[in-house]
Write a protein that binds this ligand. Structure first.
Ligand SMILES: [Cu+2]
Length: 114
C-alpha cells in the first residue's frame, strides 16, 4: 500500500512538472531588441535589425518615466519608472531615428533596418 501511494505522489509531481514546461512563452516571430533606459540614457543607440517584425523590450531602470518613439509613427510608448514594456513595430528596410519623448536631447539613437 505504501509504495502505491508513493507512486501516485510521484506521478502527480511529474504531471505538474510537465504542465509547467508546456506553458512556454508565446510564440513570436521576428527579432527582439533589448534596450535599457538608465541614468537618462538608452543602453543601445545604434541598433541594426533585419526588416520585418521587431519587438523592442524596453526596461526602465530610472525612477522617472521614459518613452520610446520611433520616427515615422512606427512606435510611441511610455515606460513608467522601474517597468519593462514591449513595443512591436513592423519595420521595412531603411534608417529610423528613435528617441525618448521626455529627454530627446540625451536619449536618442538610430535603427538601421536591412
Ligand atoms: Cu527619457
Amino acid at each position: 500500500m505504501r509504495s502505491t501511494l508513493r507512486a501516485v505522489v510521484l506521478l502527480v509531481i511529474a504531471a505538474g512538472v510537465m504542465v509547467g514546461c508546456g506553458s512556454d512563452s508565446e510564440s513570436s516571430s521576428g527579432t527582439t531588441v533589448d534596450i535599457t533606459a538608465a541614468n537618462i540614457a538608452f543602453s543601445t543607440t545604434d541598433i541594426r535589425v533585419a526588416a520585418g517584425d521587431v519587438t523592442f523590450v524596453v526596461k526602465n531602470d530610472d525612477a522617472l518615466e521614459h518613452n520610446l518613439t520611433i520616427d515615422g509613427g512606427k512606435a510611441d510608448k511610455d515606460v513608467e519608472a522601474h517597468k519593462t514594456i514591449k513595443v512591436k513595430a513592423n519595420l521595412p528596410a531603411g534608417t529610423y531615428a528613435f528617441h525618448c519623448e521626455y529627454h530627446p536631447d540625451t536619449m536618442k539613437g538610430t535603427i538601421v533596418v536591412t
